[in-house]
Design a protein around this ligand. Structure first.
Ligand code: MV4
Length: 457
């Protein structure tokens, strides 16, 4: 087992990794930017190293600074958390060259999944259900028109290097394909430095359902069920839950088995998430695979009792998975609300000092956060300040528990998304489990003539 792990991240996820290390008896090294000097992840790590100025590119994305910090402190491994360098095959390769273990999949698997068109081909070959689409990037407008005609409109153009919704265009008629192709290519080139795009059949208002897997270095792969992540806005998830209200035990077992086989086919190791779209008939289609720990991993931990971060660390250290698929059980229902420092109506960021902070505990409540009274929410980073996670015997109890927890939370000094979360979980469609990626369209924000933002509907 490792003696010392460097955490190449900040905020709640840096604290989450410190929690796992402490329980495993592993020393920790925090890295921090000048904006995070007084953060809890720095306070609770055994050692800390300042890696640069506030801007992420100068600190949390600075590979030489992070590797130097690991070498100076003698860390044997690096946990990248999520975001920042978590899906950087480059960091994983540099770690390998420096004899520091990267806690994540092999660099070649990170690269494979990072190229969405390659991932699509590999996962199709490995047996995952796919939407009809182009076999790889489309090279010309003529080829694009041919593919779109074959699969039928509407279609969606996606960036090969994309993910998170950037460089995507929905096309509803052949006359719009050329313009959309050029726009998507230009956007992809600007955002990722790679302009390649591919085409898929477009699904209206699908569910986003993802499966969690863990694979060790001895050929063992298990799944930990699914998470429903359909409640999102501008590709930022707001609420996640496990299990999905749309899955039966039978479908979970079948899909879980298919995902495990696909992960095994690419010798997937460590933690991974396989994302699917589900249509109105309940059919699944592979979308992409994420080679990192995800923000929403706690809902899976709550229903399975598996500590995903500890498993990641054990796997990276070469240990075998401590349980078999037949030992994975799913109990009750878990929901997570991502509390953001933002206006709950206009969604504009609301950084600043939190003067009062109190989030209740009680049965079935978990709060993953870096926040505390008099802490600063920096404008330099993501606006998520806390994850409120609840567990109940069933979905109804979980919703009631979420409501009372949010209602009894006190956050003063900044605006938060808590009022929005309370509205969402009270919506009849949410309570009925009628979810889709279009759910948040009813909360669209428009700017009327006054210039002041107002809500529609
Ligand atoms: C789609 C789709 C419908 N049909 N692909 C959005 C993020 C990117 N990873 C893929 N996305 C989508 N791909 C096809 N063929 C709808 C979306 C989509 C979406 C997916 C998951 C969660 C939220 C979403 C919001 C809008 C669109």
């Amino acid at each position: 087992m490792f003696k010392k792990i460097l955490i190449a991240n900040r905020g709640e996820i840096a604290l989450r990794v410190i929690v796992a290390c402490r329980e495993l008896g592993i020393k920790t090294v925090a890295v921090y930017s000048e904006a995070d000097e007084n953060s809890l992840h720095v306070r609770f790590a055994d050692e800390d190293v300042c890696i640069g100025p506030p801007r992420s590119v100068d600190s949390y994305l600075n590979v030489p600074a992070i590797i130097s910090a690991a070498e100076i402190t003698g860390a044997d491994a690096i946990h990248p958390g999520y975001g920042f360098l978590s899906e950087s095959a480059y960091l994983a390769e540099v770690c390998e060259a420096c004899h520091i273990r990267f806690i994540g999949p092999d660099p070649n698997v990170i690269k494979l999944m990072g190229d969405k068109a390659r991932a699509r081909r590999a996962m199709k070959k490995a047996g995952l259900p796919m939407l009809p689409g182009s076999d790889g990037p489309v090279e010309s407008e003529e080829k694009a028109l041919k593919v779109a005609k074959d699969i039928g409109y509407p279609v969606i153009i996606k960036a090969v290097a994309g993910g998170g919704g950037r460089g995507m265009r929905v096309v509803r008629q052949p006359g719009d394909l050329g313009t959309s192709l050029r726009t998507a290519t230009r956007e992809a080139e600007a955002a990722f430095g790679v302009g390649d795009v591919y085409i898929e059949k477009y699904l209206e208002n699908p569910r986003h359902i993802e499966f969690q897997v863990l694979g060790d270095h001895h050929g063992n792969v298990v799944h930990l069920g699914e998470r429903e992540c359909s409640i999102q806005r501008r590709h930022q998830k707001l609420i996640e839950e496990s299990p999905s209200p749309a899955l039966t035990d039978k479908v979970r077992r079948k899909m879980g088995g298919i995902v495990v086989d696909a992960a095994r086919a690419v010798q997937y190791t460590n933690a991974g998430t396989f994302e699917f779209l589900m249509d109105h008939e309940g059919k699944f289609y592979f979308m992409e695979a994420n080679t990192r720990l995800q923000v929403e991993h706690p809902v899976t931990e709550m229903v399975t009792g598996v500590d995903i971060v500890k498993e990641q660390i054990r796997i990276a250290a070469g240990e075998r998975l401590s349980f078999k698929q037949s030992e994975v059980t799913f109990t009750g229902h878990s929901i997570e609300c991502r509390v953001n420092a933002e206006d709950p109506v206009t969604f504009t960021p609301s950084p600043g000092v939190i003067h009062a902070w109190s989030v209740p505990g009680g049965p079935g409540v978990r709060v993953d956060t870096f926040a505390h009274a008099e802490c600063t929410v920096s404008p330099y980073y993501d606006s998520m300040i806390a994850k409120v996670i609840v567990h109940g015997r069933d979905r109804q109890e979980a919703i009631a528990r979420m409501r009372r927890t949010l209602e009894m939370s006190v956050v003063e000094g900044i605006k938060t998304s808590i009022p929005l979360h309370l509205r969402i979980i009270a919506e009849p469609d949410f309570v009925a489990g009628k979810l889709g990626t279009g759910f948040m369209d009813r909360y669209a924000v428009t700017a009327p003539a006054t210039g002041k933002l107002a809500e529609t509907a």
